[in-house]
Design a protein around this ligand. Structure first.
Ligand code: ADP
Ligand code: GN1
Ligand code: MG
Length: 367
C-alpha cells in the first residue's frame, strides 16, 4: 500500500528505503528516506485508523489549521529550528493534505523530525519539566486560533459519563466471555464512577472553560531532542480538539509521574512519584499560569487520577469487547494495561496529600 501512495505525495528525489516506525496504539506509521539532489531527507507516512477516526478529512482539516497557526506564530517570533518545533504536513500532488490508497485507506505525510526520539519512560527530572512545559506551550500557542470550532474528531473522547455507559454495556453483553476474569477490576471501576465524573461535570457546567487541547499528551507523543532532553515538538495531532487543558496535564501526570510503562505487569513497580510530578507540574505551570483560571488550578491533582481512570476504563472495556480498539501485542494485553492503571490510581491516592501540597506550593509560586 505504501508503494502505491508515495508517488501521490509532493515528494522529490529518489526513494532509497522505507521502514515501519513507532509503537503507537492507533495508526500505522512508516518512515521513508530520499536522496534529494545529494541530500538525505526523511518523511513519516501514516495510514489513519478509520475505525477510530471515521472522518479522516476532518482530522486533517484540524491538523492543517493547527500546524499552520503554530508555524506562523513561530515565524513571527523568529524561533529558530521552526520545522523541528511543529509538524509540517506534506501535501498530495493535487494539493490535499491526504491521499487515498487502492483500498480507500487515508494516508498523510509529515517531515520526519531528525535528532529526536519519543521516550516511553521519562529519563530525568529535567526531562519531566521540559515535557510539562511543552504541553502547556502547545495549548498556549493555540489559545488564539480563530475561526470555526475545531471538529470533534472523536466525539465525547474524554467524556467519563459516556465512557461508563459503554463500559456498563460491555459488562452486560460480555461479548468475549471474559467477565469472570475481571470481577475485581469491574468492582474498582464501579466504586470510582462518581468521582471519575468530576472533570467532565466541571466542563459541562461551565465552571472550567473549554479550550483547544491535544487530548493525547502521553509521553510518547512528545518528541524529545537527543542532545539536550528538551521537548521539541508535540506530535500525534489527531485528537486536537476542544476539551479542558486538564485532560492534557492529566495524561502527562499519568505517563510521566509513573515512570513505568502503562503495560508493566509487575504491579509492585507501578508507583506515582511525587518528585517527577513536581517537576512536570512546575514545567507545565511555567507556561499555563498565563491562562489557567483558579477553578482549573484547584483540579490539577484530580486531573492525573481522572485521566488514569478513563484509560483504565477504556482498556477494560476493550478487553471485555474482545480487543478491537487498541493494537495489542499479546493476549491479555488490555487487561494488563487496565490493572496497571488501577495500581497507579491506588498509588496516587496513597500519595495524595503530598501531591496536593506540591500543587498548592507551585500554584502559589506561578499563578
Ligand atoms: P499513533 O497515533 O499510532 O500513536 P504517532 O503519530 O504517535 O502514531 O506516531 C507513532 C510514532 O512515530 C511516534 O511515537 C514517533 O516515534 C514517530 N513519529 C511520528 N511522526 C514523527 C515525525 N514527524 N518525526 C519523527 N518521529 C515521528
Ligand atoms: C492511544 O495513538 P496513541 O497510541 O498515542 C489513544 C489514547 C490513549 C493511549 C494509551 C485516539 O494513543 O487515547 O491514551 O493510546 N488514542 C486514541 O496509550 O484513542
Ligand atoms: Mg502516538
Amino acid at each position: 500500500m505504501l508503494a502505491g501512495v508515495l508517488p501521490q505525495f509532493l515528494l522529490y528525489g529518489d526513494l532509497e528505503c522505507t521502514e515501519p516506525l513507532g509503537g503507537g496504539h492507533i495508526n500505522t506509521t512508516f518512515r521513508s528516506q530520499w536522496d534529494q539532489a545529494g541530500a538525505k531527507v526523511r518523511y513519516t507516512h501514516q495510514r489513519i485508523n478509520e475505525k477510530v477516526f471515521v472522518r479522516p478529512d476532518q482530522v486533517m482539516e484540524n491538523i492543517v489549521r493547527v500546524t499552520r497557526h503554530i508555524a506562523e506564530k513561530l515565524l513571527r517570533e523568529g524561533t529558530p529550528g521552526r520545522s523541528r518545533r511543529v509538524l509540517t504536513v506534506v501535501p498530495s500532488r493535487d494539493g490535499k493534505p491526504w491521499v487515498r490508497d487502492a483500498e480507500g485507506g487515508w494516508w498523510r505525510t509529515y517531515l520526519f523530525i531528525e535528532g529526536t526520539h519519543t521516550p516511553e519512560l521519562v529519563s530525568s527530572i529535567e526531562e519531566a519539566r521540559f515535557l510539562g512545559e511543552s504541553a502547556a506551550l502547545f495549548q498556549r500557542q493555540l489559545a488564539d486560533l480563530d475561526g470555526a470550532r475545531l471538529h470533534e474528531t472523536i466525539p465525547d473522547f474524554h467524556n467519563m459519563e459516556s465512557r461508563y455507559r459503554r463500559f456498563h454495556e460491555a459488562v452486560s453483553r460480555d461479548a468475549a466471555g471474559r467477565l469472570k476474569d475481571v470481577r475485581d477490576e469491574i468492582a474498582f471501576m464501579e466504586k470510582n464512577e462518581d468521582r471519575g465524573g468530576s472533570l467532565i461535570r466541571a466542563l459541562k457546567d461551565g465552571s472550567i472553560p473549554e479550550r483547544i487541547c491535544h487530548n493525547d499528551t502521553k509521553i510518547s507523543n512528545i518528541l524529545v531532542d537527543n542532545k539536550d532532553s528538551r521537548a521539541c515538538c508535540v506530535i500525534d495531532l489527531d485528537t486536537v480538539m476542544p476539551g479542558t487543558s486538564l485532560f492534557d496535564l492529566g495524561d502527562l501526570i499519568r505517563t510521566v509521574s509513573a515512570r513505568t510503562a502503562e503495560d508493566e505487569q509487575d504491579l509492585d513497580k507501578v508507583a506515582f512519584d511525587p518528585a517527577y510530578f513536581e517537576a512536570l507540574l512546575d514545567g507545565y505551570l511555567s507556561q499555563a499560569s498565563q491562562f489557567l483560571i483558579p477553578k482549573e488550578t484547584e483540579l490539577l491533582c484530580e486531573a492525573g487520577r481522572n485521566i488514569t481512570q478513563i484509560m483504565g476504563l477504556r482498556f477494560l472495556t476493550d478487553y471485555l469487547e474482545g480487543d478491537h480498539y487498541y493494537f495489542t501485542a499479546r493476549s491479555g494485553h488490555n487487561l494488563d494495561r487496565c490493572r496497571n492503571q488501577i495500581a497507579l490510581i491506588r498509588s496516587m491516592d496513597a500519595r495524595r496529600a503530598a501531591a496536593a501540597e506540591i500543587a498548592e506550593e507551585l500554584v502559589n509560586r506561578h499563578c
